[in-house]
Ligand binder design. Structure first.
Ligand code: GLP
Length: 259
């Protein structure tokens, strides 16, 4: 894993936008894996800025989001469909028919999960998957204990995740208990993965998945098994890491090789 420690959350969002724009400029019909949550918001804002400055186009791109709440209509204010529409899709030139999220409102959840996997396959797989991380180490909605080989499926949210996400809802009671999520096995098939973590609240999860063992108890630790993962951290999220001097040294060498 390439561990990149940057001076601020803003620098994290700019670096993530750099990586995504570089891909889209090399491969305009790239397949993007997108994430929700507070962390990627600044990256989406930065992508909109770059789109407005005509530095990037999404016209030929396809996207697949990681997850969606179950039994929530796409129009619901807190659905991830709405989140993506309001925070990214409606501000850029991506074709709405190429933007995919799991169908949490389906009356056949099993079929919806299988269909989502088929759609990703038909698109040729995901070129670049953007990820955040939950405070308990989850990625997408793969909660601790998720099989490291899991595929898109229904998952029950932990109380910690429901409490963390309650800030987007009127009350904790309103936070759904179930979601459809890409599995860890699905995520690991992406060609490249970029995980973003900012703020001191993520320091424990970051320490566990970067420097701890690979374990289903810390779902993000499965990324240690993937050959092309970049972890973009601000100083606060990196503050519990032990080997920061080495990561900074490696990154300096890596940057000098690239320029
Ligand atoms: C939710 C999402 C995850 C996201 C996590 C952290 O659980 N399903 O994809 O990584 O929240 O969100 P935040 O960035 O708001 O801390």
């Amino acid at each position: 894993m390439r561990i990149v420690i940057l001076e601020s959350a803003q620098a994290v969002s700019h670096r993530a936008a750099d990586i995504m724009c570089e891909l889209l400029n090399d491969k305009p019909n790239a397949v993007l894996g997108l994430a929700t949550g507070g962390t990627p918001l600044a990256t989406y804002d930065e992508l909109v800025v770059r789109y407005n400055q005509q530095e990037v186009s999404f016209a030929q791109a396809t996207s697949f989001n990681l997850d969606e709440y179950v039994d929530m209509s796409p129009e619901h204010a807190q659905s991830y469909h709405t989140f993506m529409r309001e925070n990214l899709f409606r501000h850029i030139d991506i074709d709405a028919s190429n933007c995919h999220l799991p169908d949490g409102a389906s009356d056949n959840h099993w079929r919806a999960c299988e269909h989502y996997e088929q759609l990703i396959d038909q698109a040729g797989g995901i070129d670049l998957q953007l990820l955040g991380i939950g405070t308990d180490g989850h990625i997408a909605f793969n909660e601790p204990g998720s099989s490291l080989a899991s595929r898109t499926r229904l998952k029950a949210l932990t109380e910690q995740t429901r409490r963390d996400n309650a800030r987007f809802f009127d009350s904790l009671e309103d936070v759904p208990r179930l979601a459809i999520t890409m599995g860890i096995g699905t995520i690991l098939e992406a060609h490249d993965i970029v995980l973003l973590a900012t703020g001191a609240g993520k320091a424990g999860a970051v320490r566990a998945f970067v420097e701890g063992p690979v374990t289903a108890q810390v779902p993000a630790s499965a990324l240690q098994m993937h050959p092309n993962v970049t972890v973009l951290l601000d100083e606060d999220a990196a503050s519990w890491l032990v080997r920061t001097d080495y990561y900074r040294q490696v990154e300096a060498v890596q940057r000098s090789l690239e320029t």
